[in-house]
Write a protein that binds this ligand. Structure first.
Ligand code: M6R
Length: 613
């Protein structure tokens, strides 16, 4: 979603800001802008579309000397909420005087009433955005102290914000603040970088400070002074990012998505490394912070998330019930937070989120904490808001995921959930021997995934036969049902083919009416319990002319005979098989999207982390 970069320090700040925005492009956006302080004046450049358009615009409109001499500014990529993605709606926005510039992530919910009040005082607005109202509010509150003006304005707003503010009247500082929308401050040598996401900071420094909600910071080239909104100083530690800048590059692959699919043997090895105890037949997940007794006494595991993370939770649900004999359920985070969930101290709530910033998942975490449940998270981004809010959980160690379509984070989420289920299982019904056996299966995951990736050319060929349909159905049973849901999500988000995932038994209860000659049905028919039933469902589809692409267990000739095309998945435990099967569907979606000429890494309308409700 929207991205913020702020910079103060050395010369050529416009280039630093625009390069920072490039690092945030993966988040999804539809316009961009930059404001710098030059010779005592704020100068703004904005453009609808890509950061490259903004860069062209700034280089065309601004003299080269400005690029060379300017040492501070703020910049933004906007994912439109209030008003279409036009130049006028793009950030930064200025206050009434034109001396204060603001970039903002989040939503100002009471902007209409604030705007009406300011209009009655003579303020004139150019855009349809909520952000411009906040810029004017800061200007209206400014009585010669920018920090105080921002505090006063923020006391009046309802909603969420991550902001960076620049004033021509106080040229040596940038003010930044957050509530519900992340802000990270990179502490460099004679330079300070503000960003909504650490990827914009990586090129400058590994030393960062994460702001907490209601923190406000006065940032100069060599200092960061953090207070709360009542001007009381607060202390925030400097953390080490521990991220390699090269990890956020394509590294020779045509797309980040393809790179991230290929990284999975390594990312899964990282997620699993050191977390299996083959002596005890258990999983070592110390971040969970629970005693064996607490785990043994759990009544229920509730998994919450959105999108792909929700699908990982659905696989986890099978794992917790099968391995740990504990009642488990999955809830969409937005639904969970508003439905007054019944929770108690013997319920374990696991929030699943790649970014750790998804607004609905974060709100669901807070709701579960309010109700006294054990709450932990399963996040990829270290130091993310959800990870910090829960204070306990398991990091995925998948490495930076740049493509909007989640791939390696999903498979690592499932792998970690399997390990959590093993950990719980050992405290409940699993014997040591059962545990060792399942741990051995988990250990094989990287190699199983590598075997699927070796079929890349085969899958690419198959994709040609399925790339020109406008509809597709994915079916599966048991733990392969969520894999079908995830396969359909992957295909629709990057190829714009209308794809639906169903339980294999469900098609004949309605959706089968949509099958015509040649409709693709992607059937996950691996050799797991229920396979024969799935083969029966496939025949129902074939009888109506559907073209069947099967995911079958390697060497299963009986299943192969039911398919028009098939991809082989190595034989393994049914729960473990969800991971290589998902990788096959990721490759299928990728190649179909490539053949259709879609924008794979940044699909239309989508954002990498959804920080609004
Ligand atoms: O960062 P999160 O895992 O919380 O994100 C949740 C969803 O927004 C995300 O999985 C989304 O569905 C992806 N586009 C899927 O590829």
């Amino acid at each position: 979603m929207c991205g913020i970069v702020g910079y103060i320090g050395k010369a050529d700040a416009p280039s630093v800001l625009i390069n920072g925005l490039r690092r945030l492009e993966y988040r999804g956006y539809d316009s961009a802008g930059v404001a710098v302080l030059d010779d005592g004046h704020i100068v703004v450049a904005k453009a609808p579309g890509k950061v490259s358009s903004l860069s062209d615009r700034a280089r065309a409109d601004w003299p080269a000397e400005r690029f060379a001499r300017v040492t501070m500014g703020i910049a933004h990529t906007r994912w439109a909420t209030h008003g279409p993605p036009t130049e006028v709606n793009a950030h930064p926005h200025l206050d009434q005087s034109g001396d204060i510039a603001l970039v903002h992530n989040g939503i100002i919910e009471n902007y209409r009433s604030l705007r009406a009040r300011l209009e009655s005082k003579g303020h004139h607005f150019y855009s349809e955005t909520d952000t411009e109202v906040l810029a004017h509010l800061i200007g209206d509150s400014d009585k010669g102290n920018l920090f105080q003006a921002v505090c006063d304005a923020l006391h009046q707003v309802e909603g969420t914000f991550g902001i960076a503010v620049l004033s021509a009247r106080e040229p040596e500082k940038i003010i930044t603040a957050r509530r519900g929308s992340p802000i990270v401050i990179g502490v460099g040598e004679g330079e300070t970088i503000i960003a909504s996401d650490a990827s914009a900071i990586l090129a400058h420094t590994q030393r960062v400070i994460y702001l907490d909600d209601n923190d406000i910071a006065i940032v100069t080239a060599d200092s960061v002074d953090i207070r709360d909104l009542h001007n009381i100083p607060v202390t925030r530690e400097i953390a080490e990012l521990g991220l390699d800048a090269a990890a956020a590059e394509k590294g020779g692959y045509a797309h980040f998505m393809l790179k991230e699919i290929h990284e999975q043997p390594d990312s899964l090895a990282n997620a699993i490394r050191g977390r299996l105890d083959f002596n005890l037949g258990a999983a070592v997940l110390s971040g969970m912070g629970t005693s064996p007794r607490e785990l043994a006494e759990l009544d229920r595991v509730v998994l919450i998330g959105c999108g792909t993370s929700l699908h990982a939770g659905l696989v986890g649900e099978y794992a917790f019930e099968d391995l740990a004999d504990v009642h488990s359920e999955v809830q969409q985070a937005a639904e969970f937070r508003y439905r007054n969930p019944i929770l108690g101290s013997r319920d374990l709530v696991v929030a699943i989120s790649q970014s750790g910033e998804t607004a609905d998942t974060l709100a669901a975490v807070r709701e579960a904490q309010q109700k006294g449940a054990f709450v932990m998270s399963l996040c990829n981004v270290v130091g993310s808001t959800i990870a910090r809010q829960t204070g306990r959980g398991v990091y995925l160690h998948a490495g930076p995921e740049i493509s909007v379509a989640s791939t390696k984070a999903f498979t690592c989420q499932v792998a970690v959930l399997l390990m959590m289920a093993l950990k719980l299982g050992r405290g409940r019904r699993f014997s040591r021997q059962d545990g060792i056996q399942f741990a051995r299966e988990i250990e094989r995951i990287p190699e199983l995934v590598a075997e699927v990736i070796q079929q890349n050319d085969h899958i690419s060929k198959i994709a040609e036969a399925y790339a020109h349909n406008e509809h597709a159905f994915f079916i599966g049973r048991g733990p392969m049902f969520p894999v079908a849901l995830e396969g359909a999500l992957k295909l629709k988000e990057i190829s714009y083919i209308h794809a639906e995932g169903y339980h294999a038994a469900e098609l004949k209860h309605g959706p089968i009416a949509l099958l015509v000659e040649g409709t693709p049905v992607i059937a996950i028919a691996c050799d797991i319990p229920g396979k024969d039933k799935t083969l029966g469902n496939i025949e129902e589809c074939r009888a109506r002319g559907a073209r069947i692409l099967g995911l079958i267990t390697e060497g299963d000739d009986e299943a192969a005979a039911h398919m028009s095309d098939f991809i082989s998945i190595p034989r393994c435990h049914p729960l473990v098989a969800t991971i290589p099967a998902s990788v096959a569907l990721q490759l299928l979606a990728y190649h179909i999207s490539r053949i259709r000429g879609c924008e794979i890494d940044q699909p239309r309308n989508l954002a990498k982390s959804v920080t609004v409700e």
